[in-house]
Write a protein that binds this ligand. Structure first.
Ligand code: PSV
Ligand code: MN
Ligand code: MN
Length: 388
């Protein structure tokens, strides 16, 4: 099986947004290992992100986290990024680090804390105006640890009220995506634990509010591609946070733990129109690189998404539908698996070269000397995400 011209056209317009926090030092609650050459500023994070795009042609936008990536002049930051051939993407809000948010943010029972959390999101929209970002991504740590601790029903109403105010502040070309996560940091209940809750909340707001699906935020065994199919069917899949997990919210390289799951997800994306010209779906990474080289980790990640997208596009959908209609269980499964088992790496390498990109982006990055340059140049890099 080879990749068709039509599929290559679809792949040519694929874009995967990288997160600024992937380039900073990160770790577990046990230890944060620092890496020589780690960015000290948001500009240095954007420069590292530009390396991923330079060698893959796949990642022209970088998501920011506010206030981790706070600068005095976001318009200037936008020009800086554009000078490197990059755009600033999704703005991620942060209501999980202040003491005030111990018992919640947008759902807090105290109106003063809710006000503070809403105002933070309104500031994020100000940032979006300056950066030219389309999406505001909201992930809430809100929840409770013990039955009876919080009034879970009232908190849904409060969440709705808070989101209405934020949604009303969005410009006509801006969107809100609401992420869900089934547990952590709260262990008894999360206020937005699943796609159903996220869907209910965004559906009550309007067309420019959508769901963000983080692939690591589900219980083990969850059929994530079913959720993808359903949200696309409802026109409410706004974005992906790609990563992979063995156990919980591991934030490992997308496609590393379960390439077949990524293939199944990308197949539903293809079928549901998520790779169409005017797709509403933003493909983002939400990852941390604790022990591996961060830039290589990001290059590997965007290539994994591209490879599984290519394989998903290989599925012979006519033959598959015929087999499905005929009740040919093993025939249908065989057609699906044939595409999954097709190694597209050589074809993609050749195609990359034909477009002036390196056949092997990781080798090209290693040979470029960028890493040696930043290691010599940057002294005192900080943890850029948790605790920054
Ligand atoms: C926390 O679980 C988290 O990983 C969410 O997935 C967010 O997208 C990310 O942090 C950045 O806020
Ligand atoms: Mn996420
Ligand atoms: Mn997460």
């Amino acid at each position: 099986m080879t990749i068709s011209t039509e599929a290559l056209e679809i792949l040519a317009r694929q874009e995967i947004e990288v997160p600024s926090w992937a380039y900073g030092n990160s770790g577990t609650r046990f230890k944060v290992f620092s890496t020589p050459g780690t960015p000290r500023t948001v500009q240095e994070k954007i420069s590292d992100a530009a390396q991923v795009h330079k060698h893959t042609g796949l990642a022209p936008t970088v998501a920011l986290h506010y206030p981790w990536d706070k600068v005095d002049d976001f318009g200037e930051l936008r020009s800086f990024a554009e000078g490197l051939g990059m755009k600033l993407g999704t703005i991620n809000s942060n209501t999980f680090q202040d003491d005030a948010y111990k018992f919640g943010s947008l759902t807090h029972s105290d109106p003063a804390v809710r006000r503070m959390a809403i105002d933070h999101h309104l500031q994020c929209v100000d940032v979006m105006d300056a950066t030219g970002s389309r999406d505001l991504k909201i992930w809430l740590a809100d929840g409770s640890n013990y039955p009876g601790q919080a009034d879970i029903r009232t908190r849904q109403d409060l969440l709705h009220e808070s989101l209405v105010e934020i949604y009303d502040r969005l410009g006509d070309d801006q969107r809100m995506v609401l992420e869900y996560k089934f547990f952590e940091p709260a262990f008894y209940h999360m206020d937005v634990p699943d796609w159903g809750t996220s869907y209910v909340q965004v559906a009550a707001l309007g067309d420019r509010a959508m769901v963000c699906l983080d692939t690591g935020h589900h219980a083990p065994g969850t059929n994530i591609e079913f959720i993808v199919a359903q949200l696309l069917r409802l026109g409410k899949l706004g974005s992906f946070d790609f990563n992979s997990r063995f156990y919980a919210d591991d934030d490992l390289i997308v496609g590393a733990a379960d390439p077949f799951q990524l293939f199944r997800i990308m197949y539903e994306v293809v079928v549901g129109g998520g790779m169409a010209d005017d797709t509403p779906v933003a493909f983002m990474l939400d990852q941390c690189h604790n022990v591996e080289d961060k830039i290589i980790g990001q290059i590997r990640s965007v290539l994994n998404v591209q490879e599984m997208s290519a394989r998903a596009l290989l599925v012979d959908r006519n033959a598959l539908h015929q087999a499905q209609r005929a009740g040919d269980v093993m025939g249908a499964n065989g057609i699906f698996m044939d595409a999954f088992y097709t190694d597209v790496r050589a074809d993609l390498a050749q195609w990359r070269e034909s477009r002036g990109l390196p056949a092997d982006p990781i080798a090209a990055y290693v040979a470029s000397g960028y890493r040696e340059h930043i290691e010599a140049d940057r002294v005192g890099g900080n943890q850029a995400s948790w605790g920054a």
